[in-house]
Design a protein around this ligand. Structure first.
Ligand code: MG
Length: 384
């Protein structure tokens, strides 16, 4: 069963205030839209996620989702319904079995909500499914500051997203729908489809008002990860070495398949370690001719992208270069600045240190350079 999700993020979100539409506002350091997309991408049964945006917000979008595995976004329409329809039509070239339609503002949907939604399709009679919570507060009618009547809360549900449907059924229903329809359940019911109620979750609340951003931030929990990396390259003929992304004049070069930048290699391994994503050789095999003489900044940038694709935040990195010569001190600030630029983090989060081994061992004999690195990151957990 192929499942594709559409995230509707074309609205202007003025109710939440702020300088940018609310889907691009930060919660726990990341745009709301990024939280929403990363959560769906992380679900093992969801094969892909497409975002529908306002094309005027393209630059905000690109920045918000940088590094996430998303296809080209789709331009939305004048109403939510038209935006969803545009997303559905875009999937027609390679139609999924199930399509989920999700609001970017419900950025913190627990995986269990998605599991239950998908499980509902085990019933062949079901055309769609929607997470919902029972209405527990009493409902009353009122006008002009006075209550005027009661509403029976029995059989009333507060619907959430994502709402999931068999793709052909939802596409047909949307093509026939009124442009003002507010959600897929309404459209599906109007088309006579059968929609199952699955368990919702309070944590999948819609970020609507300004206060909701503080509530969302407080709910996001991160776990800290630290990992180390180590690398060695042997000296050979040459007149410079690459260390931490800086070309350092020297009376020897370093031998390696790439540019032999031991500092960046150790740091790349440390970052990969924080997400248990193997090592640099797995991602850039020395057997691959593409990496012959390659600049190592792309290895480090790739590792950083993988961390960010997991919703991770790079808190700090620390590299120690181990050699008698060349002297690292004169290049230390340039190295820090280069690493900060590659990782897209502040200079204060980057440390470069150097030591000798008192002329002992292979580094002491100036046969090569060793480097070790530590990286500390925060990865989002399922929200509290
Ligand atoms: Mg290496």
């Amino acid at each position: 069963m192929r499942i594709h999700a559409i995230i509707v993020a074309a609205g202007s979100g003025i109710r939440a205030g702020g300088a940018v539409p609310k889907q691009y506002r930060l919660v726990a350091g990341q745009p709301l839209l990024r939280h929403a997309a990363a959560r769906l991408l992380a679900h093992p049964s969801i094969n892909g996620v497409t975002v529908v945006i306002n094309p005027e917000c393209r630059a905000l979008y690109d920045e918000a989702v940088a590094g996430l595995a998303l296809p080209e976004p789709i331009a939305g329409g004048a109403t939510r319904q038209l935006s969803v329809l545009a997303g559905l039509e875009a999937l027609a070239v390679s139609p999924p079995d199930i399509v989920m339609v999700h609001d970017a503002a419900r950025a913190f949907v627990p995986a269990a909500v998605l599991d239950a939604l998908i499980a509902a399709f085990g019933d062949a009679e079901v055309d769609g499914a929607c997470p919902a919570l029972p209405q527990v507060d009493s409902l009353r009618r009122g006008e002009a500051g006075r209550f005027s009547g009661s509403v029976d809360r029995e059989n009333l549900w507060r619907v959430q997203t994502p709402q999931a449907f068999r793709y052909p059924a939802l596409l047909a229903a949307h093509r026939a729908a009124a442009p003002g329809a507010t959600d897929e359940v309404a459209i599906a019911l109007a088309a006579g489809l059968s929609v199952a109620i699955t368990p919702g979750d309070e944590r999948a609340f819609k970020v609507t008002e300004a206060d909701d951003f503080a509530k969302a931030s407080a709910m996001t929990s991160y776990s800290s990860r630290a990992a180390s990396g180590f690398d060695v390259h042997r000296f050979g003929p040459g007149d410079h070495v690459w260390l931490c992304g800086i070309k350092v004049p020297h009376d020897a070069g370093l031998i390696g398949h790439s540019d032999a930048d031991a500092g960046l290699h150790a740091l790349t391994d440390a970052l990969l370690g924080t997400i248990a994503a193997g090592d640099i050789g797995d991602h850039f095999p020395p057997s691959d001719e593409r990496w012959r003489g390659a600049a190592s900044d792309q290895f480090l940038a790739h590792a950083a992208e993988l961390v960010r694709a997991r919703g991770g935040i790079i808190d700090h990195v620390d590299v120690t270069l181990i050699c008698e010569r060349p002297k690292v001190g004169p290049h230390r600030d340039a190295m820090r600045a280069r690493i900060a630029a590659i990782l897209g983090i502040g200079l204060e989060r980057v440390s470069v240190k150097a030591t000798t081994t008192e002329k002992l061992g292979f580094t002491g004999r100036q046969e090569g350079i060793a480097a070790q690195a530590m990286a500390s990151v925060r990865l989002p957990e399922s929200i509290a």
